[in-house]
Design a binder for this molecule. Sequence first.
Ligand code: GLN
Length: 215
Amino acid sequence: TPTIGVLALQGDVREHLAALGAVGARGVPVRRRSELDAVDGLVLPGGESTTIDKLLRIFELAGPLRDAIREGLPVYGSCAGMILLADRIAGGTADQRTLGGMDVLVRRNAFGRQVDSFEADLEMRGVADGTTRPVRTAFIRAPWIEEAGPDVEVLARIPDRWADGTMVGDAAGKIVAARTGRLLSTAFHPEITGDTRVHGMFVRMVEESNREGVR
Ligand code: GLN
């Protein structure tokens, strides 16, 4: 059973711990360096990326986490976590930093006012569970990926039309789930819809990295 940390400085930590437990991992909150060193993988939860960025620096976790990512720690970032994993951000505050690791440009709060928060069924690659059932997702003042480098595998995009037939508008075609090596990010929150397949996918990534044992 892999031990997977959830960065517990701010954001929806409990929901991620529950989702990890539901797919057979041991989820543990991570607030200090020693806790970070003890996990096989880490989830960066949704929340407020500027706040998490500040707290990462105050808790002296930003440097160690950046190093861990470079050394191959599997990390899954959801929403604010996607922002933290991005090499570049648009719409960040002046002093906002990211951890980086994914060669993407992420736009914060990208979905306009009308659709600030919404749920949607999305086709997502890599969540193979023998069905083609789309993933139930929740977007909460979510970012999207505006540009992705060649090593980034696109796992999900916003469709051109919503399920009720209405046109999507600006968001159509935008990347909302991606993977680079051992880094996974989603603009949405799967942890609050009860659909645990994205967490299942991340647990498989962590198990694979444990088998490879590079770190
Ligand atoms: N809008 C938030 C940010 O910029 C992200 C929202 C979320 O994580 N649900 O950090």
